[in-house]
Design a protein around this ligand. Structure first.
Ligand code: TRP
Length: 458
């Protein structure tokens, strides 16, 4: 069976960047930055990316490209029959699990794009936004409809294959995303009072930095870079042999961080413009779907063309960001079933899509008709989110770094990152040191923190 590759290095980087740039960049990074000391947090975050994120990303790239196989197959090959093969299987499971709830939020971005375009926020009083969101997510057919549409788009791209599906869509969507981000950030910065927002985001305040900040920065860095489950490993299995691994990883990290910071420039100037307290704007869903629609109407003129265009573009941006990430998660599972069970790509993708339709719908309905189904007081959506984010991802990250640092043959490692000796690798020792000592320890701490061991710090 012929295996496809990405057609160009640019396409490969854009696809991987598409995986990385997602909801995490827009709805978590900016607010975390603002609350944790602005530029001080950004500096810590960038250090986390350099010291921990890049070594792990390079390792995932390496394992994928070396084996040219899906994540489970890749780990089976590099583990030489040892139990380390389970890391790959766990990765596939984790990705599939994340996808089940990620698509739900992707569907919400579509609904909010639609509401923006139809000027549905015109004249809505500030307190009403919470109800609009609450009524929408708790209804049954509306979110499900958007969910099916969102999953349908993913399915369409995936079935078209690596080059004409994933790569082509990334080449179209990533530049679009970039242009929209810049446009929105420039608009927002031109608002009166914007400087306060910029100050909130960038003014370094080291007094806000403590051990929790560092753990948060690490967790955010991993999530934002799509690490720890083999997403990038799968994409790298479509890299050509001469793709420079370290350079590609640096490019992906740069694009991801740049977009995250620019998302802050979209959000905070407008929040300050209307005199809202950024700490009350919320995080995640409540920031994105309750505070921001109101902020945009008020900052740009209720019902004005500018407000319509701005908010439609903002939710469309979120949609594109979520879509490219969801595609990468879907591909992990599709590559797995296709290759491990010898199916056609179409069949494999359809199977994955079918499971996502079912479980995604359950997650989606858990805000409405199924809200009574809970475990430890968490609804189905939250169970998927918690279990993958708090347990599977940190565990996967730790195992991947230990595997790459201690188990994987060093000569093989060096051979691969230097492209068989063709590239200089002055960072090699540093990389191995991080994989062996720093990364497992640091991720171990994040893990314990996520499990609540350090909650006394908060
Ligand atoms: N990185 C994406 C975001 O920022 C989400 C994502 C896609 C992800 N693939 C992943 C997170 C793999 C962890 C692991 O939203």
């Amino acid at each position: 069976m012929g295996r496809e590759n990405f057609g160009s290095k640019l396409g490969a980087v854009l696809a991987a960047a598409g995986s990385a740039v997602g909801l995490g960049n827009v709805w978590r990074f900016p607010i975390e930055t603002g609350q944790n000391g602005g530029a001080a947090f950004i500096i810590i975050y960038v250090l986390c990316i350099i010291i921990l994120g890049l070594p792990i990303m390079i390792s995932e790239f390496l394992i994928g490209r070396y084996t040219h196989a899906n994540t489970a197959g890749a780990f089976r090959i590099v583990s030489n029959g040892s139990p380390w093969k389970w890391v790959g299987r766990m990765g596939v499971f984790t990705g599939w699990f994340i996808l089940c709830y990620y698509v739900v939020v992707g569907a919400w971005t579509l609904h909010y794009t639609y509401l923006s375009v139809t000027n549905a926020f015109y004249g809505v009083p500030a307190q009403q936004y919470e109800n609009i969101f609450g009524d929408f997510v708790s209804s049954s057919w509306m979110p499900t409809l958007w969910l099916f549409l969102f999953i349908g788009v993913i399915h369409f791209v995936i079935t078209r294959g690596v080059q004409s599906g994933i790569e082509k869509s990334a080449k179209l969507m990533m530049p679009t995303l970039f242009v929209i981000t810049i446009f929105l950030a420039v608009c927002s910065i031109m608002l009166p009072g914007a400087s306060k927002g910029v100050e909130f985001l960038l003014k370094p305040d080291w007094s806000k930095v403590d051990s929790t900040t560092i753990l948060e920065a690490m967790g955010q860095a991993f999530y934002s870079l799509s690490l720890a489950m083999g997403c990038l490993c799968t994409y790298a299995s479509y890299f050509e042999k001469n793709t420079p691994l370290a350079k590609s990883a640096v490019n992906v990290a740069l694009i991801d961080t740049l977009i995250a910071i620019m998302a802050g420039f979209i959000i905070f100037p407008s929040i300050f413009n209307i005199g809202m307290d950024p700490n009350e704007a919320g995080v995640g869903a409540s920031l994105t779907f309750v505070s921001l629609p109101n902020v945009f109407q008020q900052a740009l003129g209720d019902g004005s063309v500018l407000a319509v265009v701005f908010s439609a573009m903002f939710y469309f941006l979120l949609f594109v960001a979520a879509l490219t990430s969801a595609i990468s998660l879907h591909e992990v599972a599709t590559a797995y079933v296709t290759e491990e069970f010898n199916m056609s790509r179409k069949k494999g993708a359809t199977l994955v899509t079918a499971t996502i339709l079912v479980l995604g719908t359950l997650c989606s309905l858990s805000f409405g008709p199924l809200s009574g189904v809970t475990l430890f007081d968490r609804n189905i959506f939250e169970i998927f989110d918690d279990f993958s984010g708090r347990i599977l991802l940190p565990l996967g990250g730790m195992l991947i770094s230990i595997f790459a640092g201690w188990v994987l043959d060093r000569r093989l490692y060096h051979n691969e990152i230097s492209n068989q000796g063709n590239l200089k690798t002055p960072y090699f020792r540093m990389l191995v040191f991080s994989l062996r000592y720093i990364a497992p320890l640091a991720i171990g701490l994040v893990f314990l923190d996520q499990l609540g061991a350090f909650s006394f710090l908060k």
